[in-house]
Design a protein around this ligand. Structure first.
Ligand code: GLU
Length: 464
């Protein structure tokens, strides 16, 4: 019987949820969902100097916006201190960890000596108990740290689900500190206790943690815990091929919300940053869950491509349900101080404009003139509202006023009759009409726009 799949996302709340973190969260979430497993959220907040409640909130907001719901947690490491101390006590009792009284000065001297000999600086094991070895006398007044008794021979290896077989010689790993002199446990140790207690089956995380893994595995083994499977994700490069960082603009996932991206588009895009399902580029969340596996994660770095994300976003906006879009656009309009009350039905207006919007801000911008008095810019008026154009608009106004049904076909018919009567081509009527009704030269199909604007508003704007 195989044990149930349990994955976790374990961010340190020291900043925003950025793209790399969101991708890690997504892969952990998607794998748990695909396997019918459990997705755990754990906040690694032991770095008191850098962790903030705002950052915790930003992570929760970012995950909620992306729809990456967790099944358990959030667990906060700061609330688990008693448990870490309990395990350290057990390890001291079992002899898998030991007190080390080496002072800072001694460590500095050791380091200087090793550097002089061109050796890698490392703890020399002077307080490590061994059969037959006499330890130095315990100095007075020194608070000891606790070190893990790492095996000195052999190797520690795992078959990484992304990177393949990885092996470290134990001789390369020194006895790392599991508890500082003040008793607080260290990062690598807390992760181990948590992964163990939370019964994590698959650790999916960034490959900046590859060097922590051998230490973590050794501690798990010392505790008699089972070792999870590891999948280390390769880094994400920016559009320019260098490691993705703040320099590339979008620091926070929520910036994508601000910038008018749909969360489904971002999820779809992130999924393709290092994972693939054949040549599929556009897929739903349900398909992602159905298809997601760890076997198709590429070990090479993924490159961010803003153009592709923008393209995907436009696809998602086009395909989105009008009412759902209208809810989002309504909020964006409100933020801009545009009141939609008493105006044309927003879902109907959005339906006309969503085909050509690259993002939701553009969409909000484009529909704004439907809800505001239009002031035609003098240069547009001069260019388009010529005497013949005005005459045509006047006769179009009477035709529109006489329509019994306000719908695209009859509106289109009225425009065509006006063109014929005045000997004008489509743009010679449509552009002055756009300028008059909305103050812009370009819009989607003019009959659809007029229909969405509504009879009263259209006639009033033409009259003005
Ligand atoms: N807290 C770590 C980080 O934010 C992740 C630890 C882990 O996934 O094991 O980088």
């Amino acid at each position: 019987m195989t044990s149930p799949v349990r994955t976790r996302f374990a961010p340190s709340p020291t900043g925003f949820l950025h793209i790399g973190g969101a991708r890690t969260a997504l892969f952990s979430w998607a794998y748990a969902r695909h396997m019918g497993g459990t997705f755990v959220l754990r906040i690694e907040d032991t770095d008191l100097a850098r962790s903030t409640p705002e950052a915790v909130q930003a992570i929760l907001d970012g995950m909620a916006w992306l729809g990456l719901t967790h099944d358990e947690g959030p667990f906060y490491q700061m609330q688990r201190m008693a448990r870490y101390k309990e395990v350290i006590r057990q390890m001291l009792d079992a002899g898998t960890a030991y007190y080390c009284y080496t002072s800072k000065e001694e460590l500095d001297a050791l380091r200087a000596e090793q550097e002089a000999k061109k050796l890698k600086p490392r703890y020399d094991g002077r307080w490590r108990p061994e059969p037959g070895k006499t330890l130095p006398p315990i100095p007075a007044g020194v608070q000891p740290v606790v070190r893990f008794k790492n095996p000195t021979s052999g190797t520690v290896a795992w078959d990484d689900l992304v990177k393949g077989h990885i092996e470290f010689a134990n001789a390369e790993l020194d006895d790392f500190i599991v508890a500082r002199a003040d008793g607080t446990p260290t990062y690598n140790f807390c992760v181990v206790v948590d992964d163990w207690d939370m019964k994590i089956s698959h650790v999916i995380r960034g490959d900046d943690h590859v060097n922590n893994t051998p230490r973590q595995i050794n501690v798990l083994k010392a505790l008699g815990a089972s070792v999870p499977q590891y999948a280390h994700l390769s880094m994400i490069l920016g559009d320019d091929g260098t490691k993705l960082s703040k320099r590339h603009g979008a620091v926070s996932v929520m910036q994508y919300f601000e910038d008018g991206y749909l969360p489904d588009a971002v999820v779809n895009y992130l999924a393709r940053l290092g994972w693939s399902h054949g040549d599929d580029e556009v897929f739903s969340r349900a398909q992602l869950i159905e298809w997601f596996d760890l076997g198709h994660i590429t070990p090479s770095a993924a490159q961010f491509n803003t153009e592709k994300l923008n393209w995907l976003n436009a696809q998602y906006i086009k395909a989105a349900d009008d009412e759902t879009l209208a809810t989002d656009i309504h909020a964006r309009l409100e933020k801009r101080g545009v009141d939609t009350k008493g105006g044309p039905d927003l879902a109907a207006v959005v339906a006309v404009y969503k085909e050509r919007a690259a993002n939701l801000n553009e969409l909000a911008e484009a529909v704004t003139p439907f809800y505001r008095a239009v002031a035609v810019a003098p240069e547009l008026a001069e260019k388009h509202l010529t005497a013949p154009a005005r005459a045509a608009l006047a006769s179009l106004a009477s035709r529109l006023a006489a329509l019994s049904a306000w719908e695209r076909e009859s509106i289109s018919q009225a425009i065509k009759e006006t063109m014929k009567e005045h000997g004008l081509k489509m743009p010679q009527v449509a552009i002055p009409l756009r300028v008059t009704l909305l103050g812009v030269e370009h819009t989607p199909s003019i009959d659809a726009v007029v229909e969405a604007l509504g009879r009263d508003r259209t006639l009033a704007r033409l009259a003005a």
